[in-house]
Design a binder for this molecule. Structure first.
Ligand code: AMP
Ligand code: DBH
Length: 539
C-alpha cells in the first residue's frame, strides 16, 4: 500500500505533466545524471571529507542495500534526525532509492516534537545521532519503542551501544567508501518522496507530503531562476533539513547543476567566513537574524568574503534598511526569497530596487497567487490581503490532518499560508506580516512589521521584534525586543526616533526590552512565541 496523501485533482496532474512541469522522474535522477556525466566532480565537502558524485551515489547504494537486507521496504516511513553532515544526503538519497518516506527532524528538536512525529508517522526506521542529548543513551529510544511498536531498525550516525553505526556500514575496515553497484530505484514520481515540516508557529509542526514530481520541479525551476551551474560553490549554513537550503535552490539545486555543496555546522559568522575563504564559496542562504550577525562581523574579515557573489535571504521578514547594507558590507549581490515548506517560492530577480523593497515574485508561471480579504474576495492590486496559492509544487494537504486541511485550503484548492502581502501589477510580493501579527491597541490597528522596520532605521539597533500581548483596557499592548549594536540607548530616544518617523503616539511600543540575543527557532528565525511569553511578564 502506498503512502496516502492529498493528490492534485486529475485534470491538474494531467496539465502539469503536459506542460512539462512534472517530468515523472524520481528525485534520485539528479544524482544518476551526474554519475553519468560528471562522476568525479566534488559533490559535497564536509570538514575534512569530500565525496564525488560517484562516491555519493555509492554510499547511498551501500546504505540502501543494507537497509533492504534489514527488511526496510518501500512505503515504510522513517524518522531521521541528523546534524548538518554528509551523511544527511547519503541517507536522503538511500531512502529515496528504497521508496521510504522520511521526516527529517531538525537537530535542535526535542522529545515533544520527536515523539509527535513518531506518533503521526509510525516509522519502521530511526536514524539518529548519539551527539543529540536524547540519543546519548538508550533510554529515550526504549520509550519510543514502547510507545510505538512500529520501530524495527535503528541506525546511529556514530558508534553507540544501542544501534548500528552508519560509519560501519558506509566505510570498509580501512576507511574506504564501499564500491557498490547501483540499487534499483523503487519509487514512482507521483508518490510521497519525503515529508517537509511546517514551521508550526501555532503548535507542533505538521507533516507536508512532497512528491518526487512536485519537489523536483521546484528544484529545477529554482536552478534556472537563480542561475546555478557547475561552478557554483554553495555553502549550507542553515539547518540542512530546512526547505530553503534544501530546495531553493539549496543542496538539491547544487546536485541538479553538478556543482559543489559545502556544509557548515551552523550559520555562525566566523565559522562560515573561514569556509567561504577556504572553499571559495560563491553562494549561500541565510535567515535575517543570521544576516544581522554577519553584517556585524564582516568588516574585520573582508578578505575572507571575496569569493562570495550571491547571498539569498529569506524565511522571515528582512528589513529594507538591512537589505541595503548587504552589498555594501558583504560585497555580494542580495536575493530575497519568500518561500514555504508547503510549496510556493518567490525570488527577487536582479532589479536593484525590487531587491530591497520586495520579497520577490513567484518562480513559476504556473504558480497561481491570489491576495484576498477576510471574505475571500481578491483585493485591488497593491492592497494588503492574505496570500492564497496553488500550483505544480504547492501541496494539497497536510499528512493525516483532515480538519486542519479544511481550514487551510479554499474550495478550489488554494492554500492559505497566513501571510499578509501586497502584490504589484507585475507580481512582485511584499510580505507585510502574518494574519495574527497585528496589534489592535485601542482604536489603532498596526502591523508589527511596520514598526519593526522603523525601529531598524535607528543606527544603534541591530535586531528587533515586536509582539502583542493582551491588555484588559486597550485590547492589546505591544512590547519591543531590541538587540543593540555597541551603543547604549534609552527607550526615550527610541520613542523620539519613532515619532520623528511619523508614528502616532498611540502606536508607540508600550515597553522596551533589551536583549543580547534573540531567542531563535530551529532554523534561526526569531522565536516570537518565546518572546510573547517573556512580554507577558513585563507588561
Ligand atoms: P515554514 O512554514 O517554516 O516553511 O515557513 C514559511 C513562512 O515563513 C512563510 O509562510 C512566511 O510567513 C515566512 N517567510 C518565509 N520567507 C519569508 C520572507 N522572505 N519574508 C517574510 N516572511 C517569510
Ligand atoms: O521559510 C521558509 O520556509 C522558506 C524560505 C525561503 C522556504 O521554505 C524556502 C525558501 O523554500
Amino acid at each position: 500500500m502506498s503512502i496516502a496523501y492529498s493528490r492534485w485533482p486529475k485534470n491538474f496532474e494531467e496539465a502539469y505533466r503536459k506542460a512539462g512541469y512534472w517530468s515523472d522522474e524520481p528525485l534520485t535522477q539528479m544524482i544518476e545524471d551526474q554519475v553519468e556525466s560528471n562522476p568525479n566532480s566534488v559533490a559535497i565537502i564536509d570538514g575534512e571529507r569530500q565525496v564525488t558524485y560517484l562516491e555519493l551515489d555509492q554510499m547511498a547504494n551501500t546504505l540502501a542495500i543494507y537497509l533492504d537486507q534489514q527488511g526496510v521496504k518501500r512505503f515504510d516511513t522513517a524518522l531521521v534526525q541528523l546534524p548538518n553532515c554528509l551523511e544527511f544526503y547519503v541517507t536522503y538519497f538511500a531512502l529515496l532509492k528504497l521508496g521510504v518516506a522520511a521526516v527529517n527532524a531538525f537537530f535542535h528538536q526535542q522529545a515533544l516534537e520527536i515523539s509527535a512525529y513518531v506518533e503521526q508517522l509510525a516509522p519502521s526506521l530511526l536514524i539518529v545521532s548519539p551527539e543529540h542529548e536524547l540519543f546519548a543513551n538508550q533510554e529515550f529510544v526504549s520509550g519510543l519503542k514502547t510507545a510505538s511498536t512500529s520501530i524495527e531498525t535503528i541506525l546511529s550516525l556514530k558508534a553507540c551501544d544501542y544501534a548500528v553505526s552508519m560509519q560501519d556500514i558506509l566505510y570498509s575496515a580501512d576507511h574506504k567508501i564501499i564500491e557498490n553497484p547501483s540499487f534499483d530505484q523503487a519509487s514512482d514520481a507521483d508518490e510521497v518522496a519525503f515529508f517537509q515540516l511546517s514551521s508550526g508557529s501555532t503548535g507542533l509542526s505538521k507533516l507536508i507530503p512532497r512528491t518526487h514530481n512536485d519537489y523536483l520541479y521546484s528544484v529545477r525551476k529554482s536552478v534556472e531562476v537563480c542561475g546555478l551551474d557547475q561552478d557554483t560553490r554553495y555553502l549550507c549554513a542553515l539547518p540542512i533539513q530546512h526547505n530553503f537550503p534544501m530546495s531553493s535552490p539549496g543542496a538539491l539545486g547544487v546536485f541538479y547543476a553538478g556543482a559543489t555543496l559545502i556544509i557548515a555546522q551552523s550559520s555562525e559568522p566566523i565559522h562560515c567566513f573561514e569556509l567561504i575563504s577556504k572553499h571559495q564559496v560563491n553562494m549561500t542562504a541565510l535567515v535575517p537574524p543570521a544576516v544581522a550577525l554577519w553584517l556585524d562581523a564582516a568588516p574585520e574579515h573582508q578578505a575572507k568574503l571575496k569569493s562570495l557573489k550571491l547571498l539569498q535571504v529569506g524565511g522571515a521578514s528582512f528589513a529594507e534598511a538591512q537589505a541595503r547594507l548587504v552589498s555594501q558590507v558583504l560585497g555580494c549581490q542580495l536575493q530575497q526569497v519568500f518561500g514555504m515548506a508547503e510549496g510556493l517560492v518567490n525570488y527577487t530577480r536582479l532589479d536593484e530596487e525590487l531587491n530591497y523593497t520586495t520579497q520577490g515574485r513567484p518562480m513559476s508561471e504556473a504558480d497561481e497567487v491570489r491576495v484576498v480579504n477576510q471574505a475571500c474576495q481578491e483585493v485591488a492590486v497593491g492592497q494588503i490581503g492574505m496570500l492564497m496559492t496553488r500550483g505544480p509544487y504547492t501541496f494539497r494537504g497536510y499528512f493525516n490532518s483532515p480538519e486542519y486541511n479544511q481550514s487551510s485550503f479554499d474550495a478550489e484548492g488554494f492554500y492559505c499560508s497566513g501571510d499578509l502581502v501586497q502584490q504589484d501589477a507585475l507580481g512582485n510580493i511584499k510580505v507585510v506580516g502574518r494574519v495574527n501579527e497585528q496589534i489592535k491597541r485601542g482604536h489603532e490597528t498596526l502591523a508589527l512589521h511596520e514598526v519593526e522596520n522603523l525601529l531598524l532605521k535607528h543606527e544603534a539597533i541591530s535586531q528587533v521584534a515586536l509582539v502583542a500581548v493582551p491588555d484588559a483596557e486597550l485590547g492589546e499592548k505591544s512590547c519591543a525586543f531590541l538587540v543593540l549594536k555597541n551603543k547604549d540607548i534609552k527607550p526615550l530616544v527610541i520613542r523620539k526616533h519613532l515619532v520623528s518617523l511619523g508614528i502616532g503616539k498611540d502606536s508607540l511600543p508600550d515597553a522596551f526590552q533589551f536583549l543580547s540575543n534573540m531567542p531563535l527557532t530551529p532554523v534561526g528565525k526569531i522565536d516570537k512565541q518565546a518572546l510573547k511569553t517573556q512580554a507577558l511578564k513585563v507588561i
